[in-house]
Ligand binder design. Sequence first.
Ligand code: PLP
Length: 358
Amino acid sequence: AFNFNAGPAALPLGVLQQAQQEFVDFAGAGMSIMEMSHRSAIYEQVNNDAQALLRELFGIPNNYKVLFLQGGASTQFAMIPMNLLKPDQTASFVMTGSWADKAIKEAKLFGQTSIVASSEADKFNRIPDLSGIELPSNAAYLHVTSNETIEGTQYAAYPETGDVTLIADMSSDILSRPVDVSKFGLIYAGAQKNLGPSGVTIVIVREDLVAQSPKSIPTMLRYDTHISNNSLYNTPPSFSVYLVGLMLKWLKERGGVSATEQYNRDKTKLIYDTIDQSGGFYRGFADPASRSLMNITFRIQTEELESLFVKESEKQGFIGLKGHRSVGGLRASTYNAVPLESCKALAEFMQDFQKRNG
Ligand code: PLP
């Protein structure tokens, strides 16, 4: 199948095959990694290796911690204000669409929030211009959604926030391109798009930020609990962490994050070029300057043609091209593990569909 699902998303065949090979007997232990104690030396190695590889590939400085948590990125929407928003502070947000909105709604449960820029007036078809944004003087942090999975927009550059902590939801674009991690206080991402299966959430956090968490919050929702226990405070999603480790090895073998970015650019160019050269038959949803390398959103002239496109594409082995119900139209998710060949096949299908229906 040509898997363009928005998440959980495609995994590399080689990763799945290695997992299959090791499924019943991991590292000669005579049992599956799933059956092993998370306190065993073997699992601890899996946990530590995945962390170390993520540090290496993403260039994470030494004063940052890497955590493997549960509850999805959605739990981070609440955990961040619980840990980092003090009563006299404001949590600031850039409002870019569906996922930023969810993050804001959760922060509101815990304190004051402000939206410093928004593209709502343009139906979230772009990342707002952030040059010269003004943050409240009591801002605890500025939260950005690095890639809006539903609208198909992505930051080309992150805002300068001076002394104010920058926080990013990178659920749908982590490791798709190099990032200067030292610009951020905290980065989080559900693994199920670029990094592996669902069930584990990656948090990268600067140590000094989490030294001051309020004492009143539940143990499992405190970052310091997981930091002091190396993500092994309670039973971790061990099979998911193991698969994240395999995904990271795969990424490293392919040349790391810079090579992956180039590959992603080559992949998405095939589809964006098809849209741009269609003479208006296909219309990209996102403003070209905010186009995502991960989720390509587009429309066809009529909803009937869009339905026909989905139906015909499914018959030819394309999966997941129907757009999210809140935006409509079509969406091709081109995460790290989606091969160039799938994008080429999609571009060809699009051109053929236009010839027959244009
Ligand atoms: N943030 C973004 C940008 C997403 O795309 C998603 C899921 O699609 C989420 C957050 C929510 O992630 P989870 O399902 O892991 O809670």
